[in-house]
Design a protein around this ligand. Structure first.
Ligand code: HEC
Ligand code: HEC
Length: 260
């Protein structure tokens, strides 16, 4: 006891205490952290529940077996869980008003129901699956490479930073700055409406994640400070012209002015 009491006043004692406390905290945090293993396996119950939801909400257009209805809605056999998660998760389906394009709106189903619908549609024929959290984690992507991929493949429709743009015949490519990583991935994989499909041979899964990292970077505020309406190089160029040209003119006037 004496020995411990004497060492209490040792110079290293506070440091030792802090280290012990840190070890304790990280130990507790590691045990308490939720494990990130999400179960994506669909159970028979989910599939049955999905079939019921589909019959009530989707079959009027897509048909009871999702085989499609001529002139009304396409067949969903083989579109995969990813297409359902995208279409229902962004509120595009169930479609309401007919127009040039099915519009995104607040989703009508919660994620559990979406997963059940997706499980049933996926059970009809093989198609792209819902991506794993790791596949869409912006932290793991390379935003600089994502910018190159985006400029080559997406910018002509969605704008250079994903702000959106108009297309022909009343259609438009929406802004991507509010879209979740899962939905960005699924949009590339399934190509909704007038958007082309970017399968894994066109853009590899790693490059898809890079695109997500790039868009995540853009939506977390403007990297250059003032966003100038986020309409890309035009506004920035105009800014440079007006301000720099103004400065040059002002300085020539100043240089040319007589001092008397
Ligand atoms: C009012 C009719 C209507 C209803 C109701 C409807 N859909 Fe659709 N759905 C359509 C049309 C039309 C398209 C094709 C849109 C396009 O590509 O222009 C479509 C496309 C889809 C696609 C994309 C297919 C592909 O090739 O990628 C999916 C997935 C889908 N619907 C799922 C659903 C689900 C699930 C429901 C029910 C929650 C539903 N739809 C309800 C009309 C409807
Ligand atoms: C030919 C033009 C075109 C190209 C190229 C294109 N898209 Fe699209 N994209 C569209 C259109 C049109 C829609 C809207 C479709 C709809 O409403 O169903 C869309 C929708 C999306 C959405 C859904 C947005 C939301 O929040 O609802 C995402 C995400 C997306 N595109 C990502 C991309 C990415 C990433 C690329 C490049 C790899 C790309 N797109 C290339 C036309 C295009």
């Amino acid at each position: 006891m004496h020995a411990i009491a004497r060492r209490r006043h040792h110079r290293a004692a506070p440091l030792l205490l802090v280290l012990m406390l840190l070890a304790l905290i990280t130990g507790v945090a590691a045990v308490a952290a939720p494990s990130a293993t999400a179960t994506t396996e669909a159970s028979a119950d989910d599939i049955a529940e999905g079939e019921r939801l589909f019959a009530a909400n989707c079959a009027s257009c897509h048909g009871l077996d999702a085989q499609g209805t001529e002139g009304v809605a396409p067949s969903l056999v083989g579109v995969g869980a990813a297409a359902v998660d995208f279409q229902v998760g962004t509120g595009r389906m169930p479609m309401q008003a007919s127009g040039p394009q099915a519009l995104a709106k607040p989703p009508q189903f919660d994620q559990e129901e979406i997963n059940q619908l997706a499980a049933w549609v996926a059970s009809l024929g093989a198609g792209p699956a819902i991506p794993t959290p790791e596949q869409v984690d912006p932290e793991l992507g390379d935003a600089a490479n994502g910018m190159l991929v985006f400029r080559t493949n997406c910018a002509m429709c969605h704008g250079s930073i994903g702000g959106g743009g108009a297309l022909t015949q009343g259609k438009f490519a929406p802004s991507l700055l509010e879209t979740t990583p899962e939905h960005i991935y699924e949009a590339m994989l399934t190509g909704p409406q007038s958007m082309p499909v970017f399968n894994d041979a066109n853009i590899t899964p790693e490059h898809k994640r890079d695109v997500i990292a790039y868009l995540d970077f853009q939506s977390n505020g403007s990297p250059g400070g003032l966003s100038l309406g986020a309409i890309g190089p035009v506004s920035e160029g105009l800014w440079a012209w007006l301000v720099l040209l103004g400065l040059i003119i002002a300085s020539t006037i100043w240089v040319g002015a007589r001092s008397s």
